[in-house]
Design a protein around this ligand. Sequence first.
Ligand code: HEC
Length: 202
Amino acid sequence: MKLKSSKTFIALGIVGGLATAASVTAAIDVANQPIISPKTMADALHLVMDSDRTVYTRKIVNRLVKKEKVITASEHFEDDKALVLPAQMFRFGSELVAKRSEKLPDVNFSYSLQSLWPVNSQNAPKTAAEKTGLKYIADNKGKNYYTVEELGGSKYFTAVYPDIAVAPVCVSCHNKHKDSPRRDFKLGDVMGGVVIRIPLQG
Ligand code: HEC
């Protein structure tokens, strides 16, 4: 900490001779530096979520279910004593984030995995921006959707990222699932999207 503040002091001194006690204090108050745009934050959050989702799918579900055949993955994981599905893993994480962030006034974002053709109706889009975004990413392969929406008098930056059928098992399970409203998914299709919402101040 000592080292950090003296470095800051030197940097400010070089920049413009502004190294007063007040500006040094402000400069080391890193929590209040508005240097990350909502888009950059959303992109970074998505990268982490998507990488975790991929790792869980490949290194846990695929390896233990397909390669080593030691356990199954099931929607009814408790009854079946099975692994949770990747989409459930994602939703449980997002629900825990929502609960934990209630106690952190500065950490105020939400995310979910949604689809225009959801197996779980809870994962259907709710706001106009979510509907438009999910349609946009399905129609424009490889592109993300970014917008600003107003909900309950507050403004939010909302990003929608495509979730792709990367493995045959994505397609087969959704196409034959009893609650699935769509049965013609193909490998490589956009099956849904991750929605990340960040409040905008002012
Ligand atoms: C064994 C069946 C199964 C497999 C395999 C599977 N899913 Fe799902 N998927 C589900 C179920 C069940 C849900 C609902 C989970 C919940 O309760 O939120 C779901 C949810 C989703 C959702 C959210 C919208 C919805 O349908 O509720 C997306 C998007 C999705 N899956 C994409 C994929 C992709 C992409 C893959 C492959 C990487 C995949 N799924 C593999 C069964 C499966």
